[in-house]
Design a binder for this molecule. Sequence first.
Ligand SMILES: [Zn+2]
Ligand SMILES: [Zn+2]
Ligand SMILES: [Zn+2]
Length: 130
Amino acid sequence: MDNTTFVCSNCGAVHLLTEAFSMNGKYICEECLQAYTHVCESCGNRVWDADTVSDGNIVICRSCYESRYTHCCECDRLILSESAYYDDDEEPYCHNCREQTMRLIRDRRKICVNDKNCGNEKHRLSQEWE
Ligand SMILES: [Zn+2]
Ligand SMILES: [Zn+2]
Ligand SMILES: [Zn+2]
């Protein structure tokens, strides 16, 4: 080992120093960088895959998830807490699911108008949202 190479702290292989990437103060090789790390779509920091949260759509780091994101209770999509819609049960919805749920509630309501025995509380939910 001379000063033009380094040992990847992840896979242990020797690589050229010019191919080193710094991860939290440790050097890793490009293969490991591609295979085991991700750039958070929210804050732009590169983090280990184990420290990410994904919905199959976007990948964000755990700290962004914990401080700013939540999962839509319908489709499981990651959404910013501040742009999520909450129903009476404090369940978060993404924009799409909110639209769909509202449509569904409206349709159900039409049925309920004709059925005075319907006691489902969910059918009155949309009054809060409109
Ligand atoms: Zn490596
Ligand atoms: Zn982040
Ligand atoms: Zn959704």
